[in-house]
Design a binder for this molecule. Structure first.
Ligand code: AHR
Length: 499
């Protein structure tokens, strides 16, 4: 069985914004408390940040991290999380039914982000609060000084403004589970006015309006159309969120979910362009896919948790090898739409549906999904190239024919390297991938990284952290006279590098 592609510089999709490889930390479960922050842990620094976590976040190469939610943000008073620790209130946190101690807030998270070599994507509360609290937070964070809010930041020990550039106008406001959810009309007006004031405080910021919570929402895509009717000239991005699971234990169907994701992207793009046309606007709206991942393993355990605990183990999915393949396929879908999807956040980063897992007071390990994300973030920079891939396909009931092989490439102008990202959805038999790269004369294959495992349900754990790890597949790949031939292991994630 063979799949073919053509790589040509003219098949450029668009520039990859580094923020496509963002992630997400919410005040939820053990993401912050026990993940990012654990004073007393052997690796904690003087601020209580776990160095072992920071090291893996750096390894993952995450340029931006969304914070502090998520559903959490819709009930959050940001003022609770700044100033002297002893004065910070403990609150009932209604989104996840926990106790929030507020030991970590805006300033600590900005410090953590600097240490982890990343930037903050800040979300404001448009649930219980609105434009006033949002514009005050922008003033607190970004205004140099000489006003009540900016001077309060200085008093809290932060003389220089944080210069946070990317801001989310609320979170999943269409969802009935959201604290103070809204209709599209209500949210559109609230987001437009909040965004207007936030940009009046700091005109350099970029804003993300909430799209639908997923493509399954009954109001999708009318929600996007109405929200953009109100916000089009005020915002820079509309968000997309999507999680997939394999509850029916059907691997072919699970591996097909990235096709659903790509259709979601196309529909949102079309909706943005429809509103642009209606408004005779010159501005093109970009997409922020600021929550995406596999999420289902922990659903039953979460239903059993007692409420009102501090940092309980919520949403702690232990990822399998097949989940890593789905994450790889989702990354390919994002890259193939890099002309419009400029930001993405793997949700989330530590302990909560995360590539990085920790034990309170103990060790740390990389989940299976760590690897495709790390590879894509490290090598998927520059411009994305569509590969015009042709592959035999299999049938699914809901999504039609699904190609066994999916692939995309990036070309990095900095070092002129080319990276081909390919997933084989085929079980049982290897596929040959044949590529026409005659336009790239003089290149040589320098690496072929493979993530494969004989057991789709294989996991990494603290006790067995290297069960699912990448290996070199270089002997499977030849490159002669501009023609690439590579044998793809059944069920595998592959990165073929040329320089
Ligand atoms: O990432 C977990 C949750 O998923 C987020 O809080 C919410 O935005 C989404 O429903």
């Amino acid at each position: 069985k063979t799949a073919t592609f053509i790589a040509h510089p003219e098949f450029e999709v668009g520039a990859v914004d580094p923020r496509l490889f963002g992630s997400f930390i919410e005040n939820l479960g053990r993401a912050v408390y026990g993940g990012v922050y654990e004073p007393g842990h052997p690796s904690a620094d003087d601020q209580g940040f776990r160095q072992d976590v920071i090291e893996l976040v750096r390894e993952l190469n995450v340029p931006i991290v969304r914070y502090p939610g998520g559903n959490f943000v819709s009930g959050y008073n940001w003022e609770d999380g700044v100033g002297p620790l002893a004065d910070r209130p403990r609150r009932l946190e209604l989104a996840w039914r926990t106790i929030e101690t507020n030991a970590v807030g805006t300033n600590e998270f900005v410090d953590w982000a600097r240490k982890a070599n990343t930037e903050v994507m800040m979300a404001v509360n448009l649930g219980t609060r609105g434009a006033d609290a949002a514009r005050n937070l922008v003033e607190y964070c970004n205004h140099p000084g000489g006003t009540a809010w900016s001077d309060l930041r200085v008093k809290h020990g932060y003389k220089d403004p944080h210069k946070i550039k990317t801001w989310c106008l609320g979170n999943e406001m269409d969802g009935p589970w959201q604290i103070c959810s809204k209709t599209a009309e209500e949210y559109g007006r609230a987001a437009a006015e909040a965004g207007k004031l936030m940009k009046w405080v700091d005109p350099t910021i970029e804003l993300v309006a909430c799209g639908s919570s997923s493509s399954n929402m009954p109001s999708f895509p009318a929600w996007e159309s109405t929200v953009l009717d109100h916000t089009y000239e005020h915002v820079d991005f509309i968000s997309l969120h999507q999680y997939y699971g394999n509850k029916d234990n059907s691997l072919p169907s699970f591996l097909a979910r990235s096709v659903d994701m790509e259709r979601f992207i196309k529909t949102v793009t079309s909706t943005c362009d429809f509103v642009k046309a209606k408004k005779r606007s010159k501005k093109t709206m970009n997409l922020s896919f600021d929550e995406w991942n596999v999420w289902f393993h922990s659903n039953n355990a979460d239903a059993e948790l007692a409420p009102w605990q501090i940092a309980p183990p919520q949403l702690e999915d232990i990822y399998t090898f097949e989940d890593a393949l789905v994450v790889g396929l989702m990354l390919i879908a994002l890259l193939r739409n890099a002309d419009r999807v400029k930001m993405g956040c793997l949700a989330q980063l530590v302990n909560v549906i995360a590539p990085i897992m920790t034990v309170n007071g103990g060790g740390i390990w990389r989940q299976t999904i760590f690897y495709p994300f790390a590879h894509a973030s490290q090598y998927g920079r520059g411009v994305a190239l569509d590969l015009r891939i042709q592959s035999p396909a299999y049938e699914t009931t809901d999504l039609g024919d699904i190609p066994y092989i999916d692939a995309v490439a990036t070309m990095n102008p900095e070092d002129e390297s080319i990276s081909i990202f390919a997933v084989s959805r085929a079980q049982g038999e290897p596929f040959t991938l044949e590529g026409d790269l005659r336009s790239f004369a003089g290149y040589e294959v320098t690496d072929h990284i493979v993530l494969a495992h004989s057991d789709p349900k294989a996991t990494n754990t603290l006790a067995n952290p290297d069960n699912v790890v990448p290996h070199c597949g270089c002997s499977n790949t030849r490159f002669e006279d501009g023609r690439l031939t590579s044998l793809l292991t059944p069920l595998s994630w592959n990165v073929i590098r040329l320089e």
